[in-house]
Write a protein that binds this ligand. Structure first.
Ligand code: SF4
Length: 283
């Protein structure tokens, strides 16, 4: 197997989102118990970037809640990106800040040192209105198109186990493939009593089928990355998904849920003889 890639995320603006995405604990519609803050201090973001580097992450993603990239969030992401770029840690910087209406904002991110933009289509075009009534799948698709047009790498994936059919999964992955993303994050729904979705956690067998399907539908993706819900589905120390087409995963905590201890995961990966990539450009 070729090297595997690790990516860490920083939730730089958490909760209080006015959108009603049924799978998301950050929506005010659901009243979930989560941390809420409007701006993580730059010093904390830098600390997290350094810690990500120490833990062999090659990518570091600055994520904010909310439908779209607002001027305030743009300023925060740019400040953080410039500060991290100055440290020359060798991390690939990714921004994930929602719908981008004006492509100029993506150029601004790029100038600040951001190299990739993450925007997930989440599910199929047909099923999306079942999950969200406050914005459209088409807006999401347009944002992904803009990302490629301004020369940023696109990171685009979705969430599974939210009640979608197999047909929806194929449709989503086909739509993602049409955008030619470099990295495809696969999230698995993490049940939460506050959320309106009452789907059980996906079985490992079903999740592995999804990973294989993603690899088949999007053969040109440099990375198929396991993201939120990985530990929920696969449990501790289980990395079988690397034999089914995945070659990347998120380490550390997620946006509103805790991940496994990153150091323990590194030890487990090394014990299994899995080689960890030192930089994103190694493919
Ligand atoms: S997925 Fe994004 S837009 Fe939807 S509720 Fe969560 S933070 Fe808001």
């Amino acid at each position: 197997m070729s090297s595997i890639f690790l990516c860490a995320i920083s939730n730089i603006k958490s909760g209080a989102c006015e959108q009603d995405c049924a799978f998301c604990a950050q929506s005010i519609s659901h009243g979930a118990t989560i941390d809420r803050y409007s701006k993580k201090p730059i010093g904390t973001i830098i600390y997290e970037a350094k810690r990500a580097k120490e833990r062999y992450a090659t990518g570091f993603c600055l994520v904010s809640s909310g439908k779209s990239l607002t001027p305030k969030t743009l300023a925060l992401v740019c400040d953080a990106a410039k500060a991290i770029t100055d440290l020359d840690l060798g991390l690939k910087l990714i921004a994930c800040n929602g719908v981008v209406a004006d492509p100029e904002d993506l150029y601004t991110l790029k100038a600040a040192g951001v190299q990739a933009y993450n925007h997930n289509l989440e599910t199929s075009e047909a099923f999306y209105p079942t999950l969200c009534s406050t914005h459209t799948w088409q807006e999401r698709y347009r944002t992904c198109k803009h990302v490629g047009e301004v020369g940023l790498d696109l990171v685009c994936g979705g969430i599974f186990g939210v009640g979608e059919s197999e047909e929806d999964r194929v449709s989503l992955l086909t739509s993602i493939a049409s955008l030619n993303p470099k990295n495809v994050p696969l999230n698995f729904f993490h049940p939460n009593p506050a959320l309106p979705i009452s789907q059980p956690t996906l079985s490992q067998e079903e999740a592995l089928k999804i990973i294989s399907l993603a690899r088949t539908c999007i053969p040109n993706a440099q990375k198929i990355m396991l993201a939120g819900g990985r530990e929920r589905v696969f449990g501790k120390g289980n990395y079988t998904f690397f034999s089914y087409g995945a070659n990347a995963m998120v380490i550390g905590d997620y946006l509103t849920t805790q991940g496994e201890d990153a150091k323990a995961e590194l030890e487990a990966l090394k014990t299994l003889g899995l080689e960890i990539a030192g930089a994103c450009k190694e493919i």
